[in-house]
Design a binder for this molecule. Structure first.
Ligand SMILES: Nc1ncnc2c1ncn2[C@@H]1O[C@H](COP(=O)(O)OP(=O)(O)O)[C@@H](O)[C@H]1O
Ligand SMILES: [Mg+2]
Length: 388
């Protein structure tokens, strides 16, 4: 099976992701090939499957819990593998396309990039669940998963992974581009015109939708602030924004969900004058702070004369309040959707993990040491084979 896989000039790869927001499973099928040592892809098909309310609630309860047991984590790892594997098998069954390989990121359940002493070693760590072996068995396909560990092994933070992918997709000879993903956490990557890999910049900006989602659930029992309408009814409060910015400090490159959890929200509510404060003001402050932290992350790059635009991807690109705030902050640089570059902003991460799966099989290093802080040469991923 491996020999056959390696001998193919082109691979059809299904990428799977369950993002920080734990809102659903993103699936994207791409055609992958190498031109020289550079990956080239074409998007074929894709879709998003929202988690049923019960699954989302259960996942979130686990994600929020402070005393996760090893048993609970290990069990959820397998169960989520079944969920991802089933979604993939259904997607493949319905489509007309042959699939050769799966690249699955899984669900991040902990991200601790800060190096600490452990057994006399100093290391950070990160953990993604949704076991690749289970997905392989469910789909009958080889699966590449666990993309973040190769970088951790090299002393890096295991994140971000997407600047490499974005360079492959959006790097341009004459135009510089900035890609902003507003997912649960917001992150950016900068691709200077004609730049080589070493000139790319990237990292997490701060909270994306995660705080806003938590607030919307608590205040209004809604999954999220649809189109940013709630924020639009409120007025950002400087004090709240400053608190979010403070919570965002003290990390180097990557952020975790842990940083913007319910405890922070409780503090924000307290500062706003308790639950009697205008709730829309709190939601507006969170959204404005998201735009502000994005702006601060990309400010140096906005001076680039060859910058074409800032392109938005991820669910937060639909939050008009965030987008309007950002537009004002970065003016005269334009804000556009990543759709103008030919990719669906709901599927870009799934596309990314498909591409990284292809790079793994072809032995193409995909970690970016100068961004993640690790050593060079990391080939991101681990392989699971289906039963023979
Ligand atoms: N129509 C919309 N209006 C406002 N926000 C939206 C909309 N659709 C999605 N979102 C936001 O996007 C989030 C999901 O974004 P996504 O890119 O999937 O993030 P992640 O990668 O963390 O899963 C939702 O939780 C919600 O906050
Ligand atoms: Mg998502």
């Amino acid at each position: 099976m491996l020999k056959k896989l390696l001998s193919r000039k082109r691979l059809n790869i299904l990428g799977i992701n369950s993002g920080t927001s734990a809102d659903g499973i993103d699936l994207a099928l791409i055609r992958f090939s190498l031109v020289g040592r550079k990956p080239k892809i074409a998007f074929v098909d894709g879709g998003v499957r929202q988690y049923p309310a019960k699954v989302k609630t259960e996942l979130e309860r686990y994600l929020r819990a402070e005393d996760k047991s090893a048993e609970e984590t290990a069990r959820l790892d397998i169960a989520l593998g079944h969920l991802l594997g089933r979604a993939a098998a259904e997607f493949i069954g319905k489509g007309r396309h042959r699939v050769n390989l799966i690249g699955s990121h899984g669900q991040t359940v902990g991200h601790y990039p800060q190096k600490k002493a452990c057994l006399n070693f100093r290391t950070g760590t990160t953990i993604q669940i949704g076991d690749g072996d289970v997905i392989a068995r469910r789909t009958g396909l080889p699966v590449v998963s666990d993309f973040r560990r190769a970088d951790i092994a090299g002393g890096g933070e295991g994140a971000p992974l997407t600047p490499f992918v974005n360079q492959m997709l959006f790097g341009d000879k004459t135009r510089s581009r900035i890609i902003i993903n507003i997912g649960g956490i917001a992150n950016y990557s900068y691709h200077p015109a004609g730049g080589d890999i070493s000139q790319i910049r990237g990292g997490d900006c701060g909270p994306g939708n995660i705080l806003s989602d938590t607030a919307c659930r608590l205040f209004y029992n809604r999954r999220y602030d649809l189109h940013g309408r709630i924020a639009g009814r409120g007025k950002p409060l400087q004090k709240i924004m400053a608190m979010i910015e403070k919570a965002n400090k003290g990390r180097r490159i990557s952020a975790g969900r842990e940083q913007f959890d319910q405890k922070l929200l409780a503090r924000l509510i307290h500062a706003a004058g308790g639950l009697k404060a205008d709730r829309a003001d709190i939601v507006a402050s969170i959204a404005a702070a998201t735009a502000q932290t994005i702006y601060k992350s990309i400010r140096p790059q906005l001076k680039d004369k060859r910058l074409e635009a800032v392109f938005l991807t991820g669910g937060g690109r639909r939050n008009r309040f965030i987008v309007d705030c950002l537009r004002k902050l970065i003016h005269p640089v334009r804000v556009q959707s990543v759709e103008t570059l030919g990719y669906d902003g709901d599927l870009l991460e799934a596309v990314s993990f498909a591409l990284l799966g292809g790079c793994f099989i072809m032995g193409v290093p995909s970690t970016l040491p100068h961004i993640s802080g690790g050593e060079a040469g990391g080939v991101a991923g681990k392989l699971s084979l289906p039963p023979m």
